[in-house]
Design a protein around this ligand. Structure first.
Ligand SMILES: [Zn+2]
Length: 452
């Protein structure tokens, strides 16, 4: 019997509420009540929160002072606010701090990892983080998972920490969140029996991790035939684009649905998949817009562009129309599950993963992922476009592939980038980044024509 779960539910959470004023549970109740409101009421709620945030910006935030000039209502100027890039935030983070914020009480963080793009410093207040947590629990509740449910996280982040810090982190995860870890950097055939033994001992209600790490684990399970004795309720995929082939295999080996969560460290839980398979936006916490990646003008519903988020609760360090770097669309229409929360279309990867052909055409790294699946001779690949003229394609051939089997994939990859010289390197492995994420496509130069 799991004794940690009732302890978290009935002791740890109520204690945190009383001692530290933690409000995750009341926020969760509010979110569960608002998820079926008529759409116009949801819109009104969102507009009121945006208005209150913009008033704070106009009064208290140096970067947004001009919003309050000339007596116009800040809300009427929202669409004219230039979208905020990580580079602009990085250049002057203090300009985004509200005058009344008490920096000593804020939670510091960085967005963007050092290997992908230079990190930007930001602060969140505790209330904002509690709203993020409540949004995650709401999404999980759609799948029968409640706060304190046992989980196993397939994760890479704490690898770089020293031993004592890692142990303390694991203890906190275990006793505050009922969660244990499988390190994403240790997904090998040799380590797999240990991971399966952990799953059998711990019997998690759900697994949580990056799509690529969960897929790597599932692929090992397929190759070896090893499976945990009891399937979890769900496997939760986060932070990365979840491809259909990944979802299919993960679901098959674990014997449960795979659920997609969309969030960002600096923007919280932005959307969650419902049992009907649609992604519902956490519109009570955030306003999402889809912009043309070159002009940064809003796109019509259904068109894919780059996402900009306005976090409606973060009054300590507001970031308006903040560019997350992810590509998606906002489809019109409703979901059959009964939730009225607006929908987020399929995530199409990150802007930095988009390659650019010599003629300026944008080529999603995803297309190459699908091509590699179609050919089968490629176990893993990564393409790095150094300049519009030059790229390197690294390939790990599939087991049993003969010389020349990967040629068709290389030919089609080259055809997608006419005029770009694509050098091919055959390698035995392409390790994930320190965070545990695996990237298929990397562009090392700025998108031509886009504001930087
Ligand atoms: Zn739904």
């Amino acid at each position: 019997m799991d004794l940690v779960k009732p302890m978290i539910e009935h002791v740890v959470y109520p204690l945190m509420e009383r001692r530290r004023g933690n409000r995750i549970r009341p926020y969760l109740r509010e979110l569960l009540a608002s998820e079926t409101l008529p759409p116009d009421e949801l819109e009104t709620l969102q507009r009121r929160r945006l208005e209150a945030l913009l008033d704070v910006c106009a009064r208290e935030v140096p970067a947004y002072r001009s919003l309050g000039a000339e007596g116009a209502r800040p809300l009427s100027r929202f669409a004219d606010i230039p979208p905020l890039t990580r580079a602009a935030l990085r250049a002057d983070p203090d300009a985004f701090l509200a005058a009344s914020a008490r920096p000593e009480t804020l939670i510091p963080g960085t967005s963007g990892s050092t290997t992908e793009d230079a990190p930007a410093r930001f602060y969140l207040d505790r209330r904002t983080v509690e709203h993020y947590e409540a949004a995650r629990w709401r999404g999980l509740s759609w799948w029968g998972v409640t706060p304190g449910s046992r989980s196993v996280m397939v994760w890479g982040a704490p690898v770089e920490w020293e031993r004592s810090k890692q142990a303390a982190y694991r203890r906190r995860e275990k006793w505050l969140k009922n969660r244990v870890m499988i390190p994403a950097h240790d997904l090998s055939k040799a380590a797999l029996p240990g991971h399966i033994a952990l799953l059998d001992r711990y019997r998690p209600e759900y697994l949580y991790g990056y799509a690529s790490a969960l897929y790597a684990l599932a692929e090992l399970m397929r190759q070896t035939g090893l499976r945990p004795k009891r399937p979890p309720r769900i496997v939760l995929s986060t932070s990365e684009m979840l491809f259909d082939f990944q979802r299919t295999l993960i679901s098959e080996v674990f014997g449960c649905p795979v659920v997609n969560e969309y969030g960002a460290k600096d923007a919280g839980i932005l959307a969650y998949e419902c049992p009907e398979g649609r992604m519902h936006i956490t519109c009570e916490n955030a306003l999402l817009e889809v912009l043309n990646p070159r002009t940064l003008q809003p796109l019509p519903p259904g068109e894919t562009g780059v996402l900009a988020v306005t976090d409606l609760h973060n009054v300590s360090m507001p970031r308006l129309r903040y560019l997350l770097g992810d590509m998606a669309s906002l489809p019109a229409g409703h979901c059959g599950c009964g939730r009225t929360l607006p929908l987020l279309g399929a995530l199409e990867g990150r802007l930095v993963d988009i390659l650019v052909a010599r003629d300026g055409r944008m080529v999603h790294g995803n297309i190459l992922v699908r091509l590699s699946r179609a050919h089968g001779a490629v176990e893993r690949f990564q393409i790095v476009q150094h300049t519009p003229e030059l790229a390197t394609l690294r390939l790990v051939p599939a087991e049993g592939a003969r010389a020349g089997d990967t040629d068709a994939f290389v030919r089609e990859a080259r055809a997608l980038l006419p005029g770009t010289r694509v050098a091919v390197e055959l390698v035995s492995d392409i390790p994930p980044s320190a965070s545990g994420k695996r990237r298929y496509a990397i562009r090392e130069f700025d998108l031509p024509g886009a504001p930087q």
